[in-house]
Design a protein around this ligand. Structure first.
Ligand SMILES: [Mn+2]
Length: 340
């Protein structure tokens, strides 16, 4: 479905549904939270009853964002979440495109397979047939930008307010690393300019997102880079592996490792950076790259994951040492591309 057709038919589609549940991916980031909340505000303005359900808790740096107090966290209140799922006549899937990215909610969502679903997302390779309507735009900064464009299409002045604009700016800001990457067209700046034209205090929003760390989080970052970063010069690759014990020693909270993976890329020759973390028995891998080296392909092929060309995730069911071994063992395959 083209973007224009999606926007055009959106209002008409929504006249058929009254009880909507908006969901996003496990370990929700700024874009997942910002886009789901912004869409839910917009849908309420269209007269729809909306609930937002996230698989697990959001990072503490988002605890102030408008609307967050009404979000249902599945792993804290699964009974309520399942009740909402069962009552829903429509789901929105935002900022992910593989049902397995909904973590523990996956099974319960599978039980609602007859309830129509609408996708709004910017990740690669969606399963388009699974959706009633699908807005999948790989070359867009963020899902929040797509929600902004949807609202813009239906009348910016009629529907935009400071709460929605705040959520959208947080999503776009975090998915672009403060407007440093993942920007493909002028519209990203145009719509942010429009969002700013209200009474928003942008420096305050930026500060609330980026200058909101605990002391432990910053010390964990320092430790990760100073003590744990390994550089494989031959492959222009850097990686950091953090065990559960190491995370615990910094009193790890959800979101504390967010962003660590980006730092090694600031070294001029490093083309790929990988963060491996040991969580609840599995190893999570987070990949970042520069230029046209696709971490999406690599994550998909070897780590049951995917994402974007320059940012992707994956998991391995093994020990941290084995995960590091596996990562190092596949680097020769990518040597030429990593040295381009
Ligand atoms: Mn996103």
């Amino acid at each position: 479905m083209s973007k224009q057709l999606f926007f055009k038919s959106f209002r008409e589609i929504m006249t058929n549904y009254d009880d909507v549940v908006v969901v996003s991916h496990v370990n929700p980031d700024g874009d997942a939270v910002g886009s789901t909340l912004a869409l839910s505000f917009f849908l309420r303005k269209l007269g729809v009853n909306v609930n937002v359900v996230l698989p697990n808790d959001f990072p503490s740096f988002l605890s102030w964002i408008p609307g967050i107090e009404d979000v249902i966290i599945f792993d804290k209140d699964s009974e309520k979440a399942v009740e909402l799922f069962n009552n829903a006549d429509l789901f929105f899937f935002l900022d992910f495109n593989m049902a397995s990215r909904t973590g523990l909610m996956h099974n319960d969502l599978c039980h609602c397979k007859n309830t129509p679903k609408i996708l709004i997302d910017h990740h690669l390779s969606p399963d388009k047939d699974a959706f009633l309507a699908c807005l999948s735009e790989e070359y867009t900064s963020s899902t929040s930008e797509l929600v902004a464009e949807l609202i813009d299409y239906h009348g910016f002045d009629n529907y935009m307010d400071d709460d929605i604009a705040t959520c959208l700016l947080v999503g776009i800001m975090t998915d672009t690393g403060s407007f440093a990457h993942s920007i493909y067209h002028p519209y990203t700046f145009e719509v942010c300019g429009k969002l700013m034209s209200s009474t928003l205090n942008y420096p305050l929003i930026h500060r609330m997102v980026y200058d909101n760390s605990s002391e432990n989080r910053l010390r964990l970052l320092g430790y990760s880079i100073s003590n744990k970063m390994i550089i494989k010069d031959e492959y222009n690759t850097a990686f950091i592996a953090l065990s559960k014990d190491e995370l615990d020693s910094f009193d790890y909270k959800v979101g504390d490792t967010e962003g660590i993976v980006n730092y090694p890329l600031s070294i001029s020759d490093v083309k790929m950076s990988v963060l491996l973390t040991e969580r609840q028995g599995v190893i999570r891998l987070s990949f970042r790259s520069k230029g046209d080296f696709s971490v999406h392909e690599l994550a998909k092929k070897y780590f049951s994951g995917g994402g974007h060309t320059n940012a992707a995730g994956g998991t391995l069911d093994c020990s941290l040492e084995q995960a590091v071994e596996k990562l190092v063992s596949i680097l020769p395959e990518y040597k030429t591309m990593l040295n381009k």
